[in-house]
Structure formats: structure tokens, C-alpha cells
Design a protein around this ligand. Sequence first.
Ligand code: SF4
Length: 247
Amino acid sequence: MKNDNNKLRVHSIESLGTYDGPGIRMVVFLQGCNFACAYCANADTIPTKGGKETDIEELLQLSRSQRPFFGTIGGVTVSGGEPLLQAKSLIELFKKLKAEKFNTCIDTNGSVFTDDVKELMEYTDLVLLDIKHIDEEQHIKLTEKRNEKSLQFADYLKEIDKPIWLRYVLVPGWTDNPDHLHQLGERLKEHTNIEKLEIQPYHSLGVHKYEHLDKEYRLKDVTENTPEQLEKAKEIFSQYFKQVIIN
Ligand code: SF4
């Protein structure tokens, strides 16, 4: 996007979302991601080109029109793609949303850790932080990027005491090794700003998008989690985090 901080490149908008943050929410999915997760269910949001350049004013108006559904805890979540790639424009949006007392939430892989992102945090109520893998090598295999920045971002959020809901996709054979779950717990257990950890079961719902994008789906042979696998991960994470749920 060409230095226009009053616009965001939007992939799609969901009304009445109940999955991405507290209460009922408007969820804005931004276009473009710097990761290429093997399980990405929204692979069409990955290319930075595409989407629709949308005025922040339009998003504000939409938020106002949906306000009656938000109740006391709902609000606006920005997801993606990777929303922090457009942090500069998000500062403008969130500043205005906070001026009107909307609850604001960011769903991020945490890997874009810049001064703009730090400023954006001043206007963000909650961060849904997706940690993909604690092991660097496995993280690269899974996402094609390192996990260093995401962990640094988690540390920064601890420093400023910003509430986090940690999210972890449990992919059989890829991200469910008990040793790695313990390592993640050990690495983040002192982060008392983590209000809960959401285990996200693996599913292959977005796989048809790969054919459309002419991309290979690398998890073709992976099956969905068994209830036992999910419970095992929950049991391990519960040793480190105050609330653990299976989404
Ligand atoms: S970070 Fe999210 S949007 Fe980006 S590739 Fe991974 S799952 Fe997809």
C-alpha cells in the first residue's frame, strides 16, 4: 500500500463473529501475510496483492452500525492474513475506535515487531497471539519463517502488561510433540498477562483454496485430532497457564 494511512487492504469482513475475541464482534480480515503456514485455512489472504483498499472511515461507520450487537464485552477484531503488516493504518483506525470506546482486538502471528506496532498496542485492548511452534527448525518447516520475533513480541506484551489470549493450532505429527508443548509452557509461563490459551484443533477446511491458488497443500496426509490428543495437550498446557480451552 502506498503510504496512505487512511486505508486498509481488506480481504473480507465478518459480522457477528464469536470466535475471535470476547463477546460478539465485527472481524476485519486484512489481506497479506508474511508467513506461509502449511495449515493456513485462509491461504487466499496470504498474497499482499489483492483485497480491497478500504477507507478507515468506512470501517468506522460499519463498526458503529454493528455496535448494538456488541454488548458490554464485544467489539472489533482485526485478523488476517497478518494485520500488523498494516500497523501504520491500524493505528489510525484503532485510535478512532478507542475514542468511541470500542473494544479492540488484534489476531496476529506476532512476527511484525516495529515501532508502529508498539504504538498500535496503546490502542489495543487484547492480543490474540498465534504461536505456531516453539522449536525454531520446526517453525521454519511449518511457516517458512523464524519464530524469534513472535517470542520477542510476546515478551514486549508482558513488559507492557497487555492481555493476551495465546492460540495454538494442534497439528498431529507437526505441533503436538509433548516435549515441544512443555517447552512452550516453560518459555511463556511467567507471562502472567496471558489470560488463557486456546488450543485450536487442526482441520483442513480451507484445502480447496489451495487448488484454486495452484499451491500444494502440504498436510494432505494429516488427520484431524482425536479427543485424546486434544485432552493430552490441554493437560500439558494447564501445567503452565491459568486457563486452557479447546476451541
Ligand atoms: S499466519 Fe495465519 S494467515 Fe498467515 S499463513 Fe499462517 S495461518 Fe495463514
